[in-house]
Design a protein around this ligand. Structure first.
Ligand SMILES: *Cc1c(COP(=O)(O)O)cnc(C)c1O
Length: 500
C-alpha cells in the first residue's frame, strides 16, 4: 500500500514514510492511494477476536511495510489492561434497542485520543528507525485540550523522540490543564500560548512548512513530525473501533450481519468522523455519517451550503475539544469527494489560506450529501441533553457526547430514520465535572477533586484513577508563550541554546 499527498498525486511513499513525515512537504495531508476493501467474511471474523487482534489485523491492511508480528505486539501493548481501566478498551453501552454509545474514554487520559495515541508513538518510532533519515524526531502538537495530554502520555520517555505541546491559555478545562501541567517525563515540554487553538495550530503548521527550520534541524539530525490527526498514524487506529463496535453489536444480537447502522460523531478537527468514513468505504455497513458540531458550527454550515467560511466569531463552549474553525482533516475527505483531483483540491486550499473560505462545486456537495448529515447545538441545549439523558437512561454523558446526542435528536426529527445508531462517546464525564454537575442540577461551588467525588456519588460510577491521582502530582509545566515565541521555543527544545 502506497501513500500520496492530497495536494500532489504524483507523490508516492511507503506507510512508514507517510507516518514519519507527518505532513507532506507540499502542505497536503498523506493518505493511501486506495482504500482497501474488506469482505463480509472478514468483518464477521473479527467478532471472535480480542480488541488488540482486531486492531492489528486492520492496521496490517494499511501499514503493509510494517512486519505483522510487530503490529501484534504494538497493539497488545497499546491496549493493555494497565492502560485501559476496563476489560474492553472500547465497550458499548446500550441505551435502548436502537441507540448505542461507543465509550472511547477508558484510556489513561479519559478521552478518545488515547485510542490512537497509545498506539501511534510505537508506529512513529518504528517508522523513523526504518527510514534511517534522522537520529531524533521532535513531535509538535497543537491541542484544544485532549490531544496534548494523550500525546504526552503516549510519547513520554519514548526513545529517540522529543515532544512539545502547545495549548490555548485559559481555553481548556481546569482538569485538562492540570493533566498537562503535571505530566512526567524527560523528553517533553508543555506550553500555554496566548491565542486560541486555531492560532496555535496554524503556527505549528507554519513551523512544519518552514524550509529554513527544516534545514537547521536536518543539520542536527532531527526531523519534525506531528501527533495531531494530520498524521496518518493517528487515523488508522481510529478506523479499528468502528469495526469493533459493529461486530460487538452483532455479538450482542443488536443487528443482523451486514445490517446498516448510522454513526454520530462529535466533531472538531474531523479526524474521528473521517475514520468512520474510511471504515464505511472499506465495506463496513454504515448508512449515514452524522457530523455533530457545537456553536462553532462551521462544518454544519458547510455540509448544508457547500461554503466553508471560517470568517466568523470563535466561541469558547463547554465542549472545548470541538472549539475549532479550521478542521484539518476535511481536506482528506474533500480529496475523495472531488475524485482524488489534486488540482481541484489545491484550488480549494489556496482559497482557504487566502480568504479563510472556499466553495465546493454542486457535484462535490451532492457527493457529501450522499454520505453525511450535519447539524449543531448550542450551550443551553448541550446541558439539557446531559440532564435528559441522565433522567431517561440513568447514564451521564460528557458535554462532547451530549452534542452528538443532541444533533442525533435533530436528525430523528428531520428524517424519521430509525436505523440503529452508534453515538461516539469521546470523553469521560470526569474530565468536565463542572459542566456535568451543573447540568445535573448539583452544586458546583467546590474544588475540582470534590467535584469528582460529587459526580461519582450522583452518577454511581467510579472516578478514573488517572484523574484522582492528579491531586498528589507536582506542577511541572507553567510557561506561557506569545504566539510569536513558538518557533524559538521549538528550536530551543530541539537543540538547547548552550549546544546550538
Ligand atoms: C478531539 C475531541 C473531539 C473531536 O474529534 P476530532 O477528531 O478532532 O473531530 C471530540 N470530543 C473530544 C472529547 C475530543 O477530545
Amino acid at each position: 500500500m502506497l501513500y500520496t499527498s492530497t495536494r500532489d498525486s504524483r507523490l508516492s511513499v511507503s506507510a512508514s514514510q507517510a507516518i514519519a513525515g507527518g505532513l507532506s512537504k507540499d502542505g497536503g495531508l498523506m493518505l493511501p492511494v486506495g482504500i482497501p476493501a474488506v469482505s463480509e467474511e472478514f468483518i464477521l471474523s473479527l467478532a471472535d477476536m480480542s480488541y488488540p487482534k482486531r486492531a492489528s489485523l486492520i492496521l496490517s491492511l494499511f501499514l503493509t511495510d510494517f512486519p505483522a508480528n510487530l503490529l501484534d505486539v504494538y497493539c497488545e501493548d497499546a491496549y493493555k489492561p494497565s492502560s485501559f481501566e476496563n476489560s474492553h478498551p472500547a465497550p458499548l453501552a446500550c441505551l435502548s434497542e436502537r441507540l448505542f454509545l461507543l465509550e472511547l474514554w477508558h484510556g489513561p487520559t479519559c478521552a478518545f485520543k488515547d485510542m490512537a495515541l497509545q498506539l501511534m508513538p510505537r508506529l512513529l518510532s518504528h517508522a523513523v528507525r526504518a527510514q534511517k533519515t534522522a537520529d531524533e524526531v521532535l513531535i509538535l502538537v497543537a491541542t484544544s485540550g485532549d490531544t496534548g495530554k494523550a500525546a504526552l502520555e503516549g510519547f513520554a520517555d519514548v526513545e529517540g523522540v522529543k515532544i512539545a505541546v502547545f495549548y490555548p491559555d485559559n481555553a481548556v478545562s481546569p482538569m485538562q490543564a492540570l493533566q498537562m501541567a503535571t505530566q512526567e517525563g524527560d523528553n517533553l515540554s508543555v506550553f500555554a500560548v496566548r491565542g486560541n487553538f486555531d492560532d496555535a495550530q496554524s503556527r505549528v503548521k507554519k513551523i512544519f512548512s518552514d524550509k529554513e527550520t527544516a534545514d537547521w534541524l536536518k543539520q542536527r539530525n532531527i526531523v519534525l513530525s506531528s501527533a495531531n490527526s494530520i498524521n496518518w498514524g493517528r487515523l488508522v487506529p481510529q478506523i479499528v473501533y468502528y469495526f469493533s463496535a459493529y461486530v460487538d453489536l452483532l455479538k450482542y444480537k443488536k443487528v443482523a450481519p451486514m445490517d446498516p447502522i448510522n454513526v454520530v460523531v462529535p466533531t472538531g478537527n474531523f479526524g474521528n468522523i473521517l475514520a468512520a468514513y474510511y471504515a464505511k468505504s472499506m465495506g463496513l455497513p454504515i448508512a449515514r455519517l452524522i457530523c455533530a458540531s457545537n456553536k462553532n458550527n462551521v462544518l454544519s454550515d458547510f455540509f448544508k451550503s457547500g461554503i466553508y467560511d471560517a470568517n466568523r466569531e470563535f466561541y469558547m463552549t463547554c465542549s472545548p475539544s470541538m472549539d475549532i474553525l479550521v478542521s484539518s482533516n476535511l481536506e482528506r475527505l474533500l480529496y475523495e469527494a472531488c475524485g482524488r483531483d489534486d488540482r481541484a483540491l489545491r484550488r480549494l486550499m489556496m482559497s482557504l489560506n487566502k480568504n479563510n473560505k472556499f466553495t465546493v462545486s454542486d457535484g462535490i456537495r451532492e457527493w457529501l450529501e450522499g454520505h453525511f448529515w450535519a447539524d449543531w447545538i448550542g450551550e443551553p441545549d448541550c446541558k439539557n441533553v446531559i440532564a435528559d439523558t441522565f433522567n431517561r437512561f440513568g447514564y451521564a454523558v460528557d458535554p462532547h457526547t451530549a452534542v452528538a446526542l443532541g444533533v442525533y435528536k435533530r436528525y430523528l426529527e428531520n428524517t424519521a430514520d430509525y436505523t440503529p445508531s452508534l453515538i461516539v462517546s469521546t470523553a469521560s464525564i470526569y474530565k468536565f465535572p463542572d459542566t456535568v454537575l451543573s447540568a445535573l442540577g448539583a452544586d458546583v461551588d467546590r474544588d475540582g477533586f470534590e467535584q469528582l467525588e460529587a459526580l461519582s456519588r450522583i452518577t454511581n460510577t467510579p472516578i478514573p484513577k488517572s484523574l484522582s491521582q492528579l491531586k498528589s502530582k507536582k506542577i511541572r509545566h507553567s510557561q506561557v508563550l506569545e504566539l510569536d515565541a513558538m518557533k524559538k521555543a521549538v528550536l530551543d527544545i530541539a537543540c538547547p541554546p548552550g549546544e546550538q
